[in-house]
Design a protein around this ligand. Structure first.
Ligand SMILES: [Zn+2]
Length: 179
């Protein structure tokens, strides 16, 4: 394992712990002293991704991670959020126990999680993955997000215009005046 900073071949392990059916090792480069992390995990049975043009390609966690990273670039996300997202998806894929999985299914899984994480990252990912061909399709997606947002936040963010007692009083006087 070469140092990602200087390419040196040797590093020492300064911490190691069990995580998600694997081992996470914190290493320090013996060349430049930089610290980096490696994961050791059991190689699961090979999983193939079936692409849109029906070609099959071995599932690559790196490729998945690259796509998510690109969408999340410069977004204020907690450290490790992107790796965790990729880990979750990878784990779920292997747990399904299938030999092949359509790329669209993986894309949907990413979208679903990004939606909960960061809207901008979600829109970026969607614009590549869904191949928005025009601004209208993009706007539709944004509108959907905004209306979902409004539905969730309405009950808490909107205060009654008048205190409840006053409203009750108005209702009463209206009823009276109708008689
Ligand atoms: Zn180094």
């Amino acid at each position: 394992m070469n140092c990602p900073y200087c390419g040196h071949h040797h590093s020492k392990v300064i911490d190691s712990r069990d995580v998600n059916e694997g081992i996470r090792r914190r290493r320090q480069c013996l060349g430049c002293g930089s610290r980096f992390t490696t994961y050791e995990r059991l190689q699961s049975a090979t999983l193939f991704v079936v692409k849109k043009d029906r070609r099959r390609e071995e599932f690559s966690r790196n490729k998945l991670l690259t796509g998510i990273r690109k969408a999340c670039e410069k977004r204020p996300l907690p450290t490790g959020a992107v790796d965790k997202l990729a880990d979750d998806i990878e784990a779920e894929l292997y747990h399904q126990g299938k030999a092949e999985i359509p790329s669209a299914v993986i894309g949907d899984m990413v979208m679903e999680r990004l939606k909960n994480l960061d809207y901008i990252a979600y829109i970026r990912f969607a614009s590549v993955y869904r191949e928005f061909t025009d601004i209208t399709a993009l706007k539709q997606e944004v509108d959907t997000l905004l209306s979902a947002e409004a539905e969730v936040s309405q009950p808490t963010s909107q205060l009654p215009l008048l205190p409840t007692e006053e409203l009750a009083g108005i209702a009463k006087s209206r009823r009276r005046s109708r008689r």
